[in-house]
Design a protein around this ligand. Structure first.
Ligand code: HEM
Length: 130
């Protein structure tokens, strides 16, 4: 790779750095495996269409990572409005996503960027108290 090319190329997005669509699909699958395996969280997902949820979650994470993908789901506030999610539920979900990203070998700065983006959505998702 010439110096010239290096200088002109835009820095790789987080999306590209983790391996793009297939890598994010794998992370999302692992994430919901961890979530559904957690007795505190599984009841929230009873009766939910998981393939639709995974598709939307993958779109959202891809978008947050600067990928060429648009989120097509509902507003997060509307999607979670009736669920009675507490701060501790939120923290547990974030923990599982961090684990799934780390297991997939996502670089630490990518993990913290995603966590920051999720933390910013807490007031849209959490509607109950511990
Ligand atoms: C950490 C931040 C979170 C983000 C970024 C997030 C993201 C999403 C997304 C993108 C959807 C899909 C919406 C759609 O299909 O239109 C969704 C739905 C859902 N989320 Fe979350 N979520 C978060 C936290 C949580 C937590 C903490 C819980 C429960 C403990 C939860 C439970 C659910 C459930 C049950 C649905 C399905 C709702 C339905 O289809 O009626 N989410 N979430």
């Amino acid at each position: 790779m010439s110096e010239h090319t290096t200088q002109e190329r835009a820095p790789a997005s987080d999306y590209d750095r983790v391996g793009g669509a297939p890598a994010i699909r794998a992370v999302v699958n692992r994430f919901y495996e961890l979530v559904l395996g957690d007795d505190r969280l599984a009841p929230f997902f009873a009766g939910i269409d998981m393939s639709r949820l995974k598709r939307h979650q993958a779109q959202l994470i891809s978008q947050v990572m600067g990928g060429p993908v648009d989120y097509e789901g509902q507003e997060l506030r509307a999607a979670h409005a009736d669920l009675g999610i507490r701060p501790s539920d939120f923290a547990a979900v974030v923990e599982h996503l961090v684990k799934a990203l780390e297991e997939a070998g996502a670089p630490p700065d990518v993990v913290s960027h995603v966590v920051d983006a999720l933390a910013a959505s807490q007031s849209d998702v959490v509607t109950a108290e511990d």
